[in-house]
Design a protein. Sequence first.
Length: 318
Amino acid sequence: MKLTPKTTTLLVLAALVAITPFFFPSGYYYRVGALIFVNGLAVTGIVILTGYAGQVSLGHAGFAGIGGYACALAPVHLGLPPALAVVLGAVISAALAWLVGRPILRLKGYYLGVASLGMGILISMVLNNERWLTRGPDGIDVPDLGLRGVLKDWGLNLSNGEFWYFFSGIVMILGAWAALNLHQSPTGRALRALHGSEIAARTVGVDVSRLKLQAFVISAVYASVSGSLLALQNKFITPDVAGFMHSIEMVTMAVLGGAGSVLGAIFGAGILTLLPQVLTVFAEYEQMVLGLVMMLVMIFLREGLLPSILRKLRGTGE
């Protein structure tokens, strides 16, 4: 029985989540693993927007900030449990993406990137300046999700690091499953046609404007949920989560691993999350080494690390 690419990707991700903890030398690595999965979820949304639809956003961290602050503010001001606050953050992000996306997605290339960057900066400014609500740069506490206590009552006693590792891993796999289903659907084929050529896509009856907006809204929901998971995991959030550098990190992770591949983008998220941990001994040169790695990948492996490596392996096998 031959496995489909979708099944293979999901099996690989599930195996990584399940097997990797056996090699952890300490509990700290559960925290690093959970952070990789949160970033992996965010870049899966970038795959839908950039890899499938061919659109660029440099402001997606703004949606992560909305998701994170929804988990901090909704339980306090609206009385919602944290789980419903995640849903509220995703709904707000989707609505904002729909409103903002309608005008800015008419732009192309660098203009679209700059417009989306402006949106992200505005969200970051609101989170920094509205101290009466967000406490500004000092950040704000986030209530506990409460699910770990429920699992403990059922006899499954996990440490905080273990819980967030497996919970974030499961959410990332579900996000990957949804993205892969979209890729194989008629909408996914239309998005790929749009990526290839907008003019050709219009010629065969594709509603280009609607599809662009759909991809933008879906990717915003992914970013929002990732921001919520990060806030709930840390039990604290600051406006940095919505900052410009976080947006750049999202795009860089996707491009590094392969923006056209869900598994490749998650692979890129893992590398760029782990690399700063490895480079702590070279703290003064960390940014320089990261930049050098990116330059080498863009020059020699333009499709991204994972797709390029797999292609070379297949070529060797032939």
